[in-house]
Write a protein that binds this ligand. Sequence first.
Ligand code: AMP
Ligand code: MN
Ligand code: MN
Length: 325
Amino acid sequence: MKKDLDAVVERLKAAKRVLVIGHIKPDGDDISSVVTLVLILRKLGKVAEGCIAGEIPWFYKDLADVPLIKNVDDLRDFEYDTSVTVDASELSRIGDAVELLKGKKPDVTIDHHQTNVGFGEIDFYDSAYAAAAVIIYEIGKQLVDYDARLAEINLLGIATDTGFFKYSNTDYKVFSYAAELVKAGASIQRISSAVLEHRTLNEVKLLSEMFAKLHIEEDGKLAWSYVSTEMLRHTGCTEDDAGGLVGEIRSMYGVEIAILFIEWPEGDVHISFRSKNYADVSKVALEFGGGGHVRAAGCSCKGVDLEEMINKVVARTRQALKPDK
Ligand code: AMP
Ligand code: MN
Ligand code: MN
């Protein structure tokens, strides 16, 4: 845990041109943290750009200011004096955006993952924060006045990383900051509609196929399923469309750990872990080269066989149901 927020604020105040980088396969917190920090810096009169390598799920683009995020190629000639990563626990999480750092460490890293390794010149990370966007808000409110657009994009990350105020990380601070952001003009309805109500017919078909493959063991405490490339192809879905499905498995009564294996492209498997009350899935994900939080973690394995990975990972995860494993 490294917690000197003043050092981050001072570094940002001194900056003139800033590159803000999020993690690959972005979620709402990542997108929110990148866009919010860019807008804060621009309000302060600085030149700021936001970068996420790879695709951004289409439904986030309905939210104002998300389209300001650029990809790596757009920013190769961007000159900056300060680089910042947000919501990334280690350098590899920013994917090809690492090329923009030209071999140097990020100047500032801002994160809230349990598995953070501290990889910048100035690091701020603390897993007590429910979202990177909560840290961004603590920075932002010291520096600028919040208008409705800034408030709404900042609230996106707080809402999504808390499962819309449901997960155990939904603490007093989350509610009080969310209230301040709503007071400043943010609409939780617009955010929830964009993020939670965008399921296409193809995704519903994928959901039903995923549930058709569901396995339940350990007295109902461990539930897992998979989405193969073949299932994605014939339902007309992409791996992004499978992103939220692990939550559907966890939603079942009595399930403590949910695992979803997503094979995409063939030979690569992304594994999502979710736990409900006590199991630490970040430990399991870490052992397979990934990371994350106690209740939500993941790993991406390249050049592997789906069935073999299922066997290995499910066997290891059974242990995680026991105390201290
Ligand atoms: P996901 O299951 O992909 O939604 O990821 C859940 C959490 O695990 C996220 O908060 C990520 O930060 C983390 N995570 C996912 N994939 C990886 C990975 N390959 N390496 C490190 N952390 C990951
Ligand atoms: Mn994230
Ligand atoms: Mn996050």
